[in-house]
Design a protein around this ligand. Structure first.
Ligand SMILES: Cc1ncc(COP(=O)(O)O)c(C=O)c1O
Length: 438
């Protein structure tokens, strides 16, 4: 019997962490009020709660206009259409993100161009963006994740030089700030998700924010079946779809927004403390904190597991051991999208991949982004935000468990255990795990 829980020792933690999502009587009252109003959503759009929520949400982030939509994926689709992205246009996306950042690009029949991420932040590596720009490029779609922002200064410089739109994917960045400006308000448009794991949630939901009335009107029309926008100053007419948010979602989100600032402060405090506790631990690498990120959106806490410092024990074994210590954690949170099983893209289904090209683009074979691949398959460890919503004692447990596993990592050598989930690893690691070559 070893010291680690996975080898029969006592786990650091056997109590659950703070539950997620958080709600109280205010959500119940808001939902009941919508129910009794018999105005549950649909047309007119934006509806009463939808309009109020989106306006407040936009203002909270320093944008003039906000549009409530059904989820974060369609928020990006709407933003792309509002920004005038047309079939065949190219849109630069980070390789390391959720598939829902990229599939909307295909949905509008444009071409996603993958660029690797920065090894210090896991966000789009802006030093690589320029060489990915072609005469067909129309937009850059950075994703702010891992408590970081993509370098919006560099992105704006490039956007100005090449006349590109910037659409920020802020699905992890509610309440975050870049140089004092709210997430989503620096680019032309910002897109948010309120899916159940996010920092604010209605189970599902999304929002698009912008400072441009013209883009807002286009977004509104597009999300509302092509109907004229409420203001209709620019009189754009386009084919639209139904991407509307319901009044139930909007009513819940109005309450969730009231809680965001205090929750963010708790998470931030706890994550800073956690970071202090694990700084310098052998086997752990910290991501960089950019001082231009003046408001940290603390969605998942992400750090690096450095197998080489710990005798080559693979991340899957570390994660298995950490979860047995009672700490929820994930490694393969995202894959480089071009390699993901959720991205079986075929050129015959997305004609833009063949247009005016000698051979159709094979997005699954075209790219190799080593930083994203290393982050996804070997290095990154993602801890869910809600475990940082409790007390300092909770954080002591998380830190103690990480340190304990690192210090006793030798117990994992050659260990086979169901908690070492084989799904969490790359093909190369899987072979090593199966042969117990570690
Ligand atoms: C980075 C990123 N982009 C886009 C999305 C899409 O949001 P949704 O799940 O609400 O469609 C998500 C959410 O899962 C996300 O994490």
């Amino acid at each position: 019997m070893g010291k680690l829980a996975i080898t029969g020792g006592t786990p650091v933690r056997n109590k659950p962490f703070a539950p997620w999502p958080v709600y109280d009587a205010r959500e119940a009252t808001a939902l009941q009020a919508v129910l009794e109003s018999r105005n549950w959503g649909g047309y007119p759009f934006p509806n009463r709660h939808g309009e109020k929520f989106a306006r407040r949400f936009a203002k909270f982030h320093g944008a003039k206009y906000g549009l409530p939509v059904a989820n974060g994926t369609v928020a990006i689709t709407v933003a792309l259409r509002a920004a005038g992205i047309e079939p065949g246009d190219e849109v630069i996306v980070p390789a390391y993100t959720w598939e829902g950042t990229v599939t909307p690009v295909l949905e509008v029949n444009a071409v996603p161009v993958f660029v690797d991420v920065d090894p210090h932040t896991y966000c789009l590596d802006t030093t690589l963006v320029e060489r990915a720009i072609t005469r067909r490029t129309r937009a850059i779609l950075p994703v702010h994740l891992a408590m970081n922002f993509a370098d919006l200064d560099a992105i704006r410089r490039l956007a100005r030089r090449y006349a590109l739109r910037v659409i920020e994917d802020c699905a992890h960045a509610h309440g975050g700030q870049w140089k004092g400006k709210g997430a989503g308000a620096t680019g032309d448009l910002g897109c948010f998700s309120f899916q159940s794991s996010k920092l604010m949630t209605a189970g599902e939901g999304g929002a698009v924010i912008t400072n441009s009335l013209e883009l807002f009107e286009r977004a509104q029309s597009y999300a509302n079946c092509g109907r004229a926008s409420v203001t209709d100053r620019f009189r754009h007419r386009l084919i639209g779809f139904n991407y509307r948010m319901t009044e139930f979602q909007a009513a819940i989100l109005e309450v969730q927004l009231q809680r965001l600032t205090s929750q963010a402060a708790t998470r931030r405090r706890n994550m800073d403390y956690f970071e202090d506790r694990i700084r310098g631990v052998r086997g752990i690498g910290l991501l960089k904190r950019d001082p231009r990120v003046t408001g940290v959106a603390a969605y998942q806490y992400v750090f690096k597991y450095l197998a080489d410092d710990l005798g080559g024990i693979p991340r899957a074994a570390f994660l298995g051991a950490l979860s047995m210590e009672g700490i929820p954690c994930d490694g393969l949170f995202y894959e480089p999208v071009y390699k993901s099983t959720l991205f079986p893209v075929r050129a015959n289904e997305y004609p833009a991949l063949s247009w005016r090209r000698k051979r159709p683009l094979d997005l699954r074979k075209l790219y190799r982004c080593p930083v994203a691949e290393r982050a996804a398959y070997e290095e990154s460890v993602w801890l869910p935000h809600h475990i940082f919503l409790g007390s300092r004692r909770d954080v002591d447990d998380i830190a103690a468990a990480v340190i304990k596993v690192c210090e006793n990592v030798g117990e994992l050598r050659g260990l086979r255990h169901p908690a070492i989930t084989l799904q969490q690893v790359s093909r190369a690691d899987r072979a090593r795990l199966e042969k117990r070559q570690y």
